[in-house]
Write a protein that binds this ligand. Sequence first.
Ligand SMILES: [Zn+2]
Length: 238
Amino acid sequence: MTSRKLLIVGAHSADFVWRAAGVAAKTVDNGGEVRIVALSYGERGESGELWKEPGQTEDNVKRIRHEEAEAAARAVGATFEGFDLGDYPLRETPEAVDRLADLIRDWQPNVVLTHPDKDPFNPDHPVAHRIVAQARLLTSGAVVEAGFKTAPPTEFLVFEPHQPELCGFVPSVFVDITSVFEKKATAMEAMKAQSYLREYYTQRAEHRGNHARKVTGNKAIRQAEAFQRLIPNVVEAL
Ligand SMILES: [Zn+2]
């Protein structure tokens, strides 16, 4: 297994934890590097538990969400950075696209992972997709000499949304996360503002593990995460 650089971009600071903490841990275990970017802290829309505190403020919610996401990223060996662009609504601004494009150009990840382009339950997730898709294209150009600084094209996949069918998500890749599931569990525990999702995503990982067993016949797979490739991957042979 070659070591890879994986960039995970979420609309909100906890999104990566439920959907891609396993693949993050796996990438690091294989000698790769993982960088997690949250476009916002999800301070307004995805921090319900924190807003139950009397006298709570937006700044304090953001501070807690930053600490939680850093702890979750640490649990899987990744780094976390928050762009703090605001949520509900997250806006697709030229500045947001440029900032992410600069990061991709400088760091040159092999793989970029984000939300699907459709989510009837969340206004910010499709916006995050558009920001990432734009930034990615602006850094690779047309893969010919360009009048601006480019980086090699990355693989581009989306992670599993909360209600996959309604987001048009059809998995094309399962990653076996059995060996790192304890790390994902630790990462999920760090997200105290959304503790109700822990059981849900533990079950989801087991369901996907079942599907991955069926595909491969490998009975050792217990948990998996599902992804959808948006661009074909190129291999030497089938
Ligand atoms: Zn979210």
